[in-house]
Each structure stands twice: as structure tokens, then as C-alpha cells.
Design a protein around this ligand. Structure first.
Ligand SMILES: Cc1cc2nc3c(=O)[nH]c(=O)nc-3n(C[C@H](O)[C@H](O)[C@H](O)COP(=O)(O)O)c2cc1C
Length: 124
């Protein structure tokens, strides 16, 4: 399973570094989100207004990418209360893929462990 992620302030990027060499990860470039993956992937996405996360939608709609989109993980800040991880929730519905995990900021060691378990479960 590949990992695709988006990061504006660097928290998600920091989480990706904590995963180590087990996963290949691709960061969506907001300037040029149009790349074709052709392999199953999980998307990790932070929460912002739709205008900011729009490159992720462009990536998902590009060529055959949506066909390989297997699961989504939302990251955010629980202080946003009912708006916690709304971006991931919306994309999960829009593309009909399961929301497999959520965490805050760059994640704790427990989040790293839980994330890996959630991805393994998706693969089995
Ligand atoms: C302007 C702004 C708006 C945000 N809005 C939300 C929100 O509505 N819900 C939420 O859960 N987190 C929200 N967050 C928190 C970020 O999604 C969170 O800090 C995330 O870890 C950032 O990831 P990144 O550094 O990889 O971009 C917001 C952060 C900023 C700076």
C-alpha cells in the first residue's frame, strides 16, 4: 500500500517521517497535483477550508487515481470540535472510501502504531 498525503504547515509531513521505510509516500504538490499513481494507496489529509485542499481533489480525479484510492486518514485539531477532520469526512463520502483513522497534528507514537494496524487491516 502506498501513502499519498497533503501538508500545508508540515505536521502531516512530520507524521510521514515517523513511519520509517515501511511505506513509500508521495506528497501532493499544490502547484502540480497531476500525477498518476497506478497502485493502491491510502490518503492522509489535514483539515482546511475546501479552497486549500482542492489540489487533493484534482489529484484524486486525475486519470485512474480514484480507482486505486482504498482508504482515507484525517488529521486535524480537536479544538475545532464538530469541524474536526471535516475534510477527510467529506472526501470519504464523495469518493466512497472508508475513513480508517484520524489523529491530531503530527501524531503520537500510538497514532503511528494505530495507523499501521489500520492499513494492514485494509490490506487483509
Ligand atoms: C487555518 C487553519 C484552519 C484549520 N481548520 C481546521 C478544522 O476545521 N478542523 C480540524 O480538525 N483542524 C483544522 N486545522 C488544523 C490542521 O488541520 C492540523 O493542524 C493539521 O495537523 C495540519 O496539517 P499540515 O501541517 O500537514 O498542514 C486548521 C488549521 C489551520 C492553520
Amino acid at each position: 500500500m502506498k501513502i499519498v498525503y497533503f501538508s500545508v504547515t508540515g505536521q502531516t509531513r512530520r507524521f510521514i517521517k515517523k513511519l520509517g521505510a515501511e511505506f513509500s509516500a508521495y506528497e501532493i504538490d499544490p502547484v502540480d497535483p497531476f500525477f498518476e499513481l497506478n497502485e493502491p494507496f491510502v490518503l492522509i489529509i489535514p483539515t482546511y477550508e475546501d479552497e486549500i485542499t482542492y489540489p487533493v481533489i484534482e489529484f484524486l480525479k486525475f486519470k485512474n487515481n480514484a480507482a486505486f484510492f482504498k482508504g482515507i486518514v484525517g488529521t486535524g485539531n480537536r479544538n475545532f470540535a464538530e469541524l474536526f477532520i471535516f475534510t477527510a469526512k467529506n472526501i470519504s463520502k464523495k469518493f466512497n472510501v472508508p475513513l480508517i483513522y484520524s489523529f491530531e497534528f503530527n501524531g503520537t507514537p500510538k497514532d503511528v502504531q494505530n495507523f499501521k494496524e489500520a492499513v494492514n487491516k485494509l490490506e487483509s
